[in-house]
Design a protein around this ligand. Structure first.
Ligand code: 13P
Length: 247
């Protein structure tokens, strides 16, 4: 019922040249994928990567989006600007934005509402830190991130959620299949409570955090895990292996 969705997050990596080369190499490898495929890339690379991905099943996304349509927001990028280049997705509230750039749940909410209004599918990231997991407040943290971050959304099925435990990002320390499944099932239940259980069944929820060519099969086999948000492994051809997890 839910179409799986594997997306890459290049973060602050790649150049126009290396990015184009990677996309050219990925294209034939991912063309028969049974899932949706996207690469979220640094804003400056969007025009060149859109061009490189043309005619393929790889869609290009952004790594953030501002809530205003235009104005005095130095360094930010609007939906209108992204749409001009055919951008389909925008990651919002990534833990690195929260940790290093002061992103708040309220900011996540404003960006998410703006993306939806502007026709861009938001990939809203949630997840707990190691300290939060160890002190047993994971569900409380997720509740807050979901309640505030998704406030006022009319149709939650237009939103993609990425569960990214902060302790698993870039650490090589993946959540076990069971941990990821359990937490994502919790997120789905919570979305059901905030919106409606029927809608929650339709929401795509990805796992992110050291997902790679070796562990993708096990994670993707979990009933509530609908995809992945891939950091490090999306910078190489391993991304194609993840996209083809079911083959
Ligand atoms: P890694 O796959 O490098 O752990 O990054 C995950 C992530 O943050 C994707 O958004």
């Amino acid at each position: 019922m839910r179409t799986p969705f594997i997306a890459g997050n290049w973060k602050m990596n790649m150049t126009a040249e290396s990015g184009k080369k990677l996309i050219e190499e990925l294209k034939p490898l991912v063309k028969d994928a049974n899932c949706k495929v996207a690469l979220c890339v640094p804003a400056i690379l969007i025009p060149a990567m859109t061009e490189a991905a043309k005619g393929s099943n790889i869609e290009i996304g952004a790594e953030n989006v501002h809530w205003a349509e235009k104005g005095a927001y130095t360094g930010e990028i609007s939906c209108t600007m992204l749409k001009e280049y055919g951008v389909k997705y925008a990651i919002i509230g990534h833990s690195e934005r929260r940790q290093y750039f002061g992103e708040t749940d309220e900011g996540v909410n404003k960006r998410t509402l703006a993306a939806l209004a502007g026709g861009i599918t938001p990939i809203v990231c949630v997840g707990e830190t190691l300290e939060e997991r160890e002190s047993g407040v994971t569900e409380k943290v997720l509740d807050r991130q979901l309640e505030v971050g998704l406030k006022g959304i009319k149709d939650i099925t237009n939103v993609v959620i990425a569960y990214e435990p902060v302790w698993a990002i870039g650490t090589g320390k993946t959540a076990t299949d069971e941990q990821a499944q359990e937490t994502i099932a919790y997120i789905r239940k919570k979305i059901g409570e905030i919106f409606c259980p029927k809608c929650a069944e339709k929401v795509i929820i990805q796992y992110g955090g050291s997902m790679n060519a070796a562990n993708c099969k096990g994670l993707m086999a979990q009933p509530d895990i609908d995809g992945g948000l891939i950091g490090g492994a999306s910078l190489k051809l391993d991304f194609a292996t993840i996209v083809n997890y079911d083959k």
